[in-house]
Structure formats: structure tokens, C-alpha cells
Design a protein around this ligand. Structure first.
Ligand SMILES: Cc1cc2nc3c(=O)[nH]c(=O)nc-3n(C[C@H](O)[C@H](O)[C@H](O)COP(=O)(O)OP(=O)(O)OC[C@H]3O[C@@H](n4cnc5c(N)ncnc54)[C@H](O)[C@@H]3O)c2cc1C
Length: 438
């Protein structure tokens, strides 16, 4: 069996297949595992290509981490969800889930949120209570803004709560974002167990959180990992895959899991007549960027609460990397597209530094910085997107898909990637069992 791609979807697939004793070989085009959730160097420090957050509802991710032997309490810092938003004038909104069973923890949080008027709270509470009954089908999908208007959310609620939450979770601005996927996120986070909405902040760089433990697990299970090995094409015989082509060589395999991002999956599928239509559909998914500016301050500088949303500027969320053992290091994140993606880097860095300085005038100047702009960070989570998302099983025998863009119902997230990998491995194993039955 061959897995193409060593992001979190490919790793989840490979671990699951290897765990059940199936022979696997994994090819990764770059020189490291992790894909869009990978380690990058910032001077002597290891940081990530962008600050990543998880929540307690990431059930498949937590299972995978445990399966490869990770001690969750060592690599993830768990904290009750607290959202604070501020601008240069000070704090504008603060919401904290209450220590009550779901969904009361959310409703009580909305009721006691600071910075909201009585009317805002009443309207938010009404929406919170209706969450479980709102289930648009892919064909009925509308934008998040249209949903919020139809749910009579006030301008203050939209600007200081739902829109920042939508952009942070779907990486798509609320006027263009899918209400169906947003409701799914709110459902998974808030409607089942209180712990599902907890924030899980990686305490180590993402390579040490998942890629390294997966690599060690796979090695132990005799899985060969080829880094710097780009799969150029699928090898076919009739309506069946019989392997892949890598660096001019053909390698035979009965099953091939294409665990690449949507753009690279499209490239691989385009050359296959039976999958060309599917490949073209992937082209319609589109993509959204994420930019992250790391700012290194003296170690004494700290951000109360560990993270805050910023209003009125390019920068949207500021994270204190103290929890990752990096005191004084702040990560400023900008989700979605905008002028910040085309500005000259030094102009953007100056604007972001000025925004942070306006909010925290007592902080000294940062000592150094690193800007990472990921042009294709996630698929664009637009209304109706679920109609375009493919299943893990393809019409071509032996060819499978895994990746955050498949039909998980979730936005492009680590959990979406891992869930798709698990779904793919489960279906592939079921097919292998049928195949091997005497
Ligand atoms: C800056 C940033 C911040 C993010 N923040 C969050 C967050 O806070 N929380 C969250 O849950 N999610 C977040 N995400 C999203 C999350 O990182 C992705 O959804 C997830 O990593 C996707 O994993 P994947 O395995 O589906 O795809 P990828 O990670 O893209 O993996 C695909 C792999 O395939 C390899 N590949 C491609 N073509 C070939 C080929 N032909 N041959 C061999 N290998 C190939 C690639 O090199 C890559 O390693 C963020 C993403 C970014 C970029």
C-alpha cells in the first residue's frame, strides 16, 4: 500500500493501516513531515508555519496522538474557552464558558459576557438555544452573515463575536463563509460535552506534537518513509491503479492513498481519465491564505490570558508562545485574504508592529521577527462547499483520497485531516478484508 503525502491526513492513514498490520510505504515530496502543520526555524527556535489551535472536540486527533504514544498532558495545554477582543482603546468583549454541562456552559458564557448590551445577550442566547435545530443541507446553504441576520444577531454581536469566530475557524470571512460548516463547528464545540470547547494549545512545536511521534511509530511498524520523494503520477491498468511513478521509477501497489492537499491531488487526478471530473471539481474548492508574524520580545513580556483578538487592524489574534516554552514570543495571526497578502513584507511588518504597540504601549520594541505567509493555507469554505467535497473512495479501483478537503463536513483543520485519514484507512481495510477472504 502506498500513501502519497506526509501531512496529518497521510500520517493518520499510514498509522491506522500499519497498526492493523498492513504493509505501507509513505512518500512525502518535501524534506519533512507535517504538510501545512509543520515546524519552521526562527533563529535558534523551532516555531510553526502558523500558530495552530485545537479544541477538545478534536476526537480523532486526540485518539491518533494517544495511539502513537503521545502523553496528551505533556504536549497540549488544556484551558477553558475564553475569548477576549480588544483594540487600542482597551477590551471590547470578553466571554468565558462556564463550569456547567453543555450547552449551558455556552449559554451562561453568553449571558455573562462583558462588553455586550442586554439586547446583545438576549439575542445571542436565543441563537445559542436554537443552534441544535439549525441544519441546512448543502443545497440550502447560505452565508454566515445571512444566517446571523436571519437569527437577528445585532451588529455588535456580529462584529465582536460571530464574525471573528467564523474567520478564525473557517478561515473565510463571514460574508462568504458557509453557514452549514459554521453551524457544524458550533455543534461539535458546544452542544455535546463541556470539554469539547476547551482550547488545546500545543505546548511544543507541531513537529514534536505529531510528526515525530508518528514517524517513530511508523518506523517501529516497518513503514518506509521516503522524504523528498514527489509522486509524479499514478500507474494504471484499465480502471485500476497498480502503483505510482516517483522520480522516473514505477512502484507497484494494489492500493494508493492520495493524501496530498487539494491542489496537488488535482494534479495527480488530472492525468487519470476516470478521475478527471473529480480532479476538476477539486479546482473549484479555491483556497484562502493565513499570515503569521512572530515577534520576539524580551522574555518578561507576557500577554494576559495567553491570547486575545485584535480589532481595527490587519492583525486578528495575538498568541503568547510562553505556553510553548517560548517566553516573550508572540504570534500574530491574520486569517483569510486581504491587502496584507500583497503588501511588501517590511510594510506589513511595520503595520503589524504598530498595531501591537497601539494595544500594548508598555511593551518594548520587539527584538526580532519572522513573517510566514501561507498562500494556500485552507480551502475556501464558501456556501455550498460540501457539494464539491469528495468521498475518500474514488471511482478508480485502488485509488483513495485523504485530506482536510474531503467530505468530513468540517472546515480545513487538523481534525478534518485526521478524520479523513481514519475514514480512508477504515474503508480501505474493509475492502482488503473482502479481497483477502478465501
Ligand atoms: C498557517 C496555518 C494555520 C492553521 N491553523 C490551524 C489551526 O489553528 N487549527 C487547525 O485545526 N487547523 C489549522 N490549519 C489547517 C491545518 O493545518 C490543515 O487543515 C491540515 O494540516 C491539512 O492536512 P492535510 O494532511 O490534509 O494536508 P497537507 O498538510 O497539505 O499535507 C499534504 C502533504 O502532501 C505532500 N505532497 C503534495 N504533493 C505530493 C506529491 N505529489 N508527492 C508526495 N507528497 C506530496 C505535501 O508536501 C504535504 O506534506 C492551519 C493551516 C495553516 C497553513
Amino acid at each position: 500500500m502506498i500513501v502519497v503525502g506526509g501531512g496529518w491526513a497521510g500520517l493518520a492513514t499510514a498509522v491506522e493501516l500499519a497498526r492493523h498490520g498492513l504493509p505501507v510505504r509513505l512518500f512525502e515530496a518535501t524534506r519533512q513531515l507535517g504538510g501545512r502543520a509543520r515546524r519552521v526555524r526562527f533563529g535558534e527556535r523551532a516555531v510553526d508555519n502558523g500558530q495552530h489551535l485545537m479544541i477538545g472536540a478534536y476526537r480523532d486527533t486526540l485518539t491518533l496522538l494517544q495511539r502513537v504514544g503521545v502523553d496528551l498532558t505533556r504536549v497540549l495545554h488544556r484551558q477553558r474557552l475564553a475569548l477576549r477582543l480588544r483594540d487600542a482603546g482597551g477590551q471590547r468583549m470578553a466571554l468565558r464558558t462556564a463550569p456547567l454541562p453543555a450547552p449551558l456552559h455556552l449559554l451562561a458564557g453568553l449571558l455573562t459576557a462583558r462588553g455586550l448590551s442586554l439586547l446583545d445577550r438576549r439575542k445571542a442566547l436565543r441563537f445559542g438555544r436554537r443552534l441544535g435545530s439549525l441544519r441546512p443541507t448543502p443545497d440550502q446553504d447560505i452565508s454566515v452573515d445571512a444566517l446571523l441576520r436571519s437569527e437577528q444577531q445585532t451588529a455588535a454581536l456580529m462584529q465582536t463575536l460571530w464574525q471573528p469566530l467564523c474567520l478564525a475557524t473557517l478561515n473565510t470571512p463571514s460574508q462568504h463563509a458557509s453557514a452549514r460548516v459554521f453551524l457544524r463547528v458550533l455543534d461539535e464545540a458546544f452542544l455535546h460535552q463541556r470539554a469539547h470547547s476547551d482550547l488545546l494549545v500545543p505546548a511544543l512545536d507541531l513537529g514534536r506534537v505529531l510528526s515525530d511521534p508518528c514517524a517513530a511509530f511508523l518506523e517501529l511498524h516497518r513503514v518506509r518513509i521516503d522524504l523528498g520523494a514527489r509522486v509524479d503520477a499514478l500507474d494504471l491498468r484499465g480502471n485500476r491503479v497498480q502503483g505510482v511513478r516517483v522520480g522516473g521509477r514505477s512502484l507497484a501497489a494494489r492500493q494508493v492513498v492520495i493524501a496530498t492537499d487539494a491542489r496537488n491531488s488535482r494534479r495527480l487526478l488530472d492525468g487519470v481519465p476516470a478521475l478527471a471530473t473529480l480532479g476538476r471539481r477539486l479546482g473549484d474548492l479555491g483556497s484562502e491564505p493565513i499570515a503569521t508574524l512572530y515577534l520576539q520580545y524580551p522574555p518578561a513580556v507576557r500577554l494576559a490570558g495567553g491570547m486575545t483578538g485584535l480589532l481595527d487592524g490587519h492583525g486578528q489574534w495575538l498568541f503568547d508562545r510562553r505556553l510553548c516554552g517560548q517566553p516573550g514570543l508572540m504570534a500574530l495571526v491574520i486569517s483569510g485574504d486581504g491587502p496584507h497578502m500583497t503588501m511588501p513584507p517590511e510594510v506589513l511588518v511595520d503595520a503589524l508592529r504598530a498595531q501591537v504597540r497601539a494595544c500594548f504601549p508598555r511593551w518594548p520594541q520587539p527584538l526580532s521577527h519572522l513573517l510566514v505567509r501561507e498562500k494556500h493555507a485552507t480551502f475556501s469554505c464558501r456556501p455550498g462547499i460540501d457539494r464539491l467535497r469528495p468521498a475518500v473512495r474514488t471511482p478508480l479501483r485502488g485509488a483513495w483520497l485523504a485530506g482536510d478537503y474531503t467530505d468530513t463536513g468540517l472546515p480545513a483543520t487538523l481534525e478534518g485531516a485526521v478524520r479523513s485519514g481514519h475514514a480512508c484507512a477504515a474503508q480501505l481495510r474493509a475492502e482488503e478484508l473482502v479481497h483477502c477472504r478465501p
